[in-house]
Design a protein. Sequence first.
Length: 275
Amino acid sequence: MDLVLEAADRNLLTPYVYPSSWPESEPFRQLLSLFVITNLGALVLYLLFGTLSYYFIFDHKLMRHPQFLENQVRREITYALRSLPWISVPTVALFFAEVRGYSKLYDNIADSPYGWPGVFLSMLSFLFFTDMGIYWIHRGLHHKFFYKRFHKPHHLWKIATPFASHAFHPVDGFMQSLPYHIYPFLFPLHKVTYLGLYIFVNVWTISIHDGDYRVPRLLRHVINGSAHHTDHHLYFDYNYGQYFTLWDKIGGSYKSPTAFEGKGPHDYLRKLQEK
């Protein structure tokens, strides 16, 4: 995040926003800047990619499903916009620790322990590490002690749209993002790679709520796509994973998506029309 902060300071904050007497390295200024940048970035990612997905990928026929709520899209967006600022508070604390040099993020490829191969390996390990972390956190949030307090609001959306992707209780939203933030404190990661992965995970989160169940046939039971996550919303105790089905299979919570078996939401709608 320090790359984004440096760019903001250089092009906007130092010349136009803050007085010249306020040093860029001053901690309170960094916290304030990070809070604004994080919230603006979250809004742009959510609204831009959510809107693109909603209009160009999401099948609007799903809105005829009996479990699609009245005014659901508006409610999803409203809930997400109310939660994002609260989610950003602990997120900013972790970004601040990165900016102050406590993480293992590095600037140059020469600083990678294994050069370019290390960069590519770190991308893969990031995905597998965060997939594992999110699986167990997500599954834990389904425990009766946590579910009603934190996770139940996200399960209001049985037939989700892309805008449901960030419609979490703030505690729920932050806890499921925690593996992304922990990784660079444990393992070396290139700063630009980290930014790219951070954008990717937000887009992926939108994509598994977009109602587009197409996955290459060979990867249907490997990639945790929208079909898998739709069944998670519908049937509750299955498919907790983020990108892959690995941990659901290890943990005994994998369910073959009903959409692949002719029993999904689209099939249900077709049967209703036939009647």
